[in-house]
Design a protein around this ligand. Sequence first.
Ligand code: ZN
Ligand code: ZN
Length: 613
Amino acid sequence: MINLKLANILTDIAEVNKSRTDDRNISLHLTIAARTIRDNPERVDKIFAEGKLKDLVGIQGLPYDLIKEYLETSSIGLYEEIKQKYSQDLIRLMRISGFGKKMLFKTYDALNIKTLEDLKEKLNEGTAISSVLAEITSGKDAAIKTYVERLKLSLDYIESIKGMSSRWEVENYLEEIKNSLYRIKNIEKVIVVGSLRRKRSAIKDIDLMILPYFNGLTFDFAKSEKLLDEINSLDFIKRLIKKDKRQENISARFESVFGIEIELIISSRKNWAIDMLYTTGSKKHIEKLEAVARGRGFFKDGRIDTTAISKDRPEEIINRSDTGSFPETDDVRYEEIIYRKLGLQYIPPELREDLGEIELAGNHILPELLTMEDIKGDLHIHSRWSDGIISLSDMIERIKKFRYEYIAISDHTTSNYYGRGLDAERLQRKTNYIDRLKSRFKDFRILLGSEIDIRGVDKFDYPEDIIKKIDIAIGSMHSSFLNTGDENTARAISAVKNKYIDFVAHPTGVVFGNRAPYFIDIDGLIEEAARNNKALEINSYFLRMDLNEQNVRKAGKMGVKLVINTDAHRPNNMDMIRLGVDVARRAGLQKNDVLNALPLEELKAWKSQRIKA
Ligand SMILES: [Zn+2]
Ligand SMILES: [Zn+2]
C-alpha cells in the first residue's frame, strides 16, 4: 500500500508546514501531490521505475524530489527531521484531530509526550493536560473541554481503524494476486469471499477461495498441501502465518507484500457452494442460517448439510470435465439453491450481516437493491475552476461509460483557500461557461453545481440570490473539527433549512485514516433532512464513505433521500461511484431511495416542488 503510505507522509509534511504563514504554497503543492499519489490506481514505485512519475499531475519540483528520495532511500530527510522530535503517530494525530501544529506540539513539549500511549495517560489523568490547554487557549473552560474530548475521540478513531484498509485500495492489488495464482497450473478458479465479497468499505484481510483441478468430488489433502507450498513461494507472499486443516477443506493465512493479510481457502468442486457460503460470512449471518438449517433437518457434522441439497445441483456442472470455464453465475446459482432449500429468498452478499435480512428473506420481502445501472448522474464533481484536475473530455468519457443523463460540476466557494474556491465574480464566469455547455450537449445535461461552504449558522459563502440560481447547491463544512457538536449540528441544520440548498455533502467529515469525524448529532441532522425534504450525501470517494452504512440505513428508514456522488477531483475518482452504490446496497437501499437515481426531469421537479412549498 505504498501509494497511501507515501501520500500520508506528504500530507504530514504539508500539515506541519501549514502553520507557517509565509509559504502556504508549499503545503498546497504537497496536498495536490499527495492526492494524485493516493488516488492513482497504479503503484507509484512502478510509475517511477518506468520514468513516468513527472507526468502525473502536481508531481514536479519539491513533491517530485521528496517522492524520489523516498523511493530511493525509503525515507525523506525532511520528514525524519520532524520524526526525531515527535513520533509518526503523534504527527499523524494532527491530521486525524484537526489540531494545528502549534497547539499540539506545545502540548507534547509541555507534558513530555513521546507516544500516543503517553498522551492517553495524560488525558486520563486530566489535570495536567487541562492546565497546558488552559495556557494555550487563554483559559476558556468550554474550549478546554472540547479540546480534551476531541483528543479522546481522535485516539478512539485511530483505535477503531487499526489494521483496516480501504477496500478500493485493496481491490487495486486483487488482479495482480489473482493473476499470479492463475499462473499455477493446478488452479482452475480463484474467487473473492469474506468481507471483500460483502463489499465492506474497510476490510482487515483478503479472503480468496481456490478450486484446484484435482479436488473434484473428493478432497485430496496431500495435493492441497503441496499446492499451498507452491503458493507460499509466490512473489506477493511474505510468509505463512498459520494453516487450518478442516474436515472438508484447508485454509492458510499469509502475510503479503501489500501490507495486508491474505487468507486462502482450498476448496473442492463437491463443497464449492457451501464453502463459498461459509467463507463469505458474516459469522453472525451464518449462525442464523445454521439455526434455520437445523429447523429444516439440513444440519450435520457441525455444518449446513448439502448432501440433501446437492441432489438439486445441476449435474452437468458438478460432473463436468476438468477443462472449460466455471463461470461465477454458476456459483451464485449454487448459493441460490441452498437459500431456497432453507425456505429463503437469495440474500445478496452485501446484506449478510444478520441485520434482519434472514427474516425478510423468509417472508420473501427483501429489498430490491439499488444497482449501478440505476444511477443517472453524479452531482459532486470538481473541475479546474476550483481544485479538480479533470478535463471536460474526461467527464464526458465517464458520462458515456456510466450512461449518465446528467452531471453537476460543483466547485468550491470563496472561503475555501486550499480548494481554490470561487468568489461571486468567478462563479458568474463559470455560470456563463456551463450555459454554453448546456446548449452544446443534447444527449446529456451538464448542470451548474456548487459546493458551498457552511461557515456558520446561516452563514454561507454566497448570498441567497446567488444560491437560488445554482442548479445543484450543496452545503458542506470543511473546517469545523474543533467545534462543539451543538455548533456543528446547528450549522449543518441551517443548510438543511435553507430552501435553495439541495443536500449536505460528507455530513460527518470523516476521511478514512486522515480525519476523525467532527462532533455532530447525525440523528438530529437526519430528522431535519426528513422534515425539509432534503437529501444527504453518500460520498463515494474511497477515503470518505460518508455517510457510512449505519447512518444511511437510519436515513433511509426516515424516508430521507440519499444522493450518491464521487466528489471527484481526478478523472478516475468518478469510477468510485460504485463504492457509494455498495454502501447503499449494504444499507438495503432501493432505487426510489436515491435522489440521483431520478431522471433529470424528476430531479428538477423534486427541487422546484420544494422551493414552491
Ligand atoms: Zn467537500
Ligand atoms: Zn467536494
